[in-house]
Design a protein around this ligand. Structure first.
Ligand code: ZN
Length: 307
């Protein structure tokens, strides 16, 4: 079995260490304080990767206080790592150098404050050093990002997740209710205002919005361009596709209402698929001219209420 260098966090998680570039850090403690709330909020992401976990925040003699080390200390030893004053929580980040037996702290709103002469100074200092020093050696020897890099990486990950959540919210009412919509296709196609309900699919050259009625018609006819052979022997419904009009290469997403298999595939014939969709869409639009469509959500609610 291949072994690798690793660290084990307090929560038991093992992080792989990387032997690459170590970023130079300037003014990291100030940067850390300015973004303390952000790092605190995204600690789970930081606890997932040693390059982020080992980003140095503060150097105390031989001991490196790393980003993950500090956040972990706050999380697991709050009685040592935090101070309460007038209802505000202050998180210790370092031993004070300007006043004896005191600490530098930060609040979640980025306020930096020194607390001098604490009676349990020795216990707190020991706890901080013990906790943070366990990562000092690896922070020195292995790859890590700068705090700024960590911030940018986490921010872009969070943005990406938010985008994915938005897309999922748009697609799930349609994709997750294909069985229900198909089961009630006659009813939907009879009510033109239902048939005209928009689905989130967008296809190059096809007029938008694309209507649920268009898909139901093509699926019911097992149209060869809007269905895909399923492993169960039936034809699965293509509910989304995108491709290149030049090469014809098409990525499809499909769902089988018989065996409930859902999948993606690479196929060809993009123009035939787009053309088929456009023609059926036009026919339906003509039949329903002047009728105002309801939303897909309203159809689903109606169906769920009455069935
Ligand atoms: Zn199937």
């Amino acid at each position: 079995m291949k072994t690798f260098d690793s660290i084990t966090l307090v929560n038991g998680k093992v992080l792989k260490l990387f032997g690459g570039q170590k970023h130079r850090n300037n003014n990291t403690i100030r940067y850390f304080c300015e973004h303390a709330n952000f790092f605190y909020e995204h600690q789970d992401t930081i606890f997932d990767n040693s390059r982020m976990f080992l980003a140095p925040v503060y150097l105390n003699g031989d001991c490196i206080y790393t980003l993950g080390g500090l956040l972990e200390w706050w999380k697991h030893m709050p009685q040592m790592a935090t101070l309460k004053n007038e209802g505000v929580t202050y998180y210790i980040i370092a031993v004070s150098s300007s006043c004896s037996k005191g600490f530098i702290t930060v609040t979640m709103s980025g306020e930096v404050k020194e607390f001098p002469f604490l009676s349990d100074y020795a216990d707190r200092t020991r706890s901080l050093d013990e906790h943070c020093c366990r990562y000092s050696k690896v922070a020195r020897d292995f790859e890590h990002l700068s705090l700024k890099n960590v911030y940018d990486t986490v921010a872009s990950l969070a943005k990406q997740r938010e985008e994915e959540r938005k897309i999922e919210k748009i697609w799930s009412p349609y994709r997750d209710n294909i069985e229900l919509l198909y089961k009630h296709r006659e009813e939907i196609l009879t009510h033109k205002d239902w048939a005209m309900a928009a689905i989130p699919l967008k296809v190059y050259m096809v007029q938008l919005p694309i209507h649920i009625g268009t898909m139901l018609k093509l699926w019911a006819n097992e149209d060869k361009w809007l269905t895909h052979p399923c492993v169960c022997g039936h034809r699965a419904f293509i509910y989304s596709f995108a491709g290149s009009p030049l090469s014809g290469t098409t990525s499809i997403s499909y769902k089988c209402v018989h065996c409930h298999k859902q999948g993606n595939a690479q196929v060809d014939g993009f123009l035939c698929r787009a053309h088929t969709l456009a023609v059926t869409q036009q026919e339906l639009s003509k039949e329903a001219e002047g009728i105002e469509a309801i939303t897909l959500k309203e159809i689903i609610d109606n169906l769920k209420r009455t069935n």
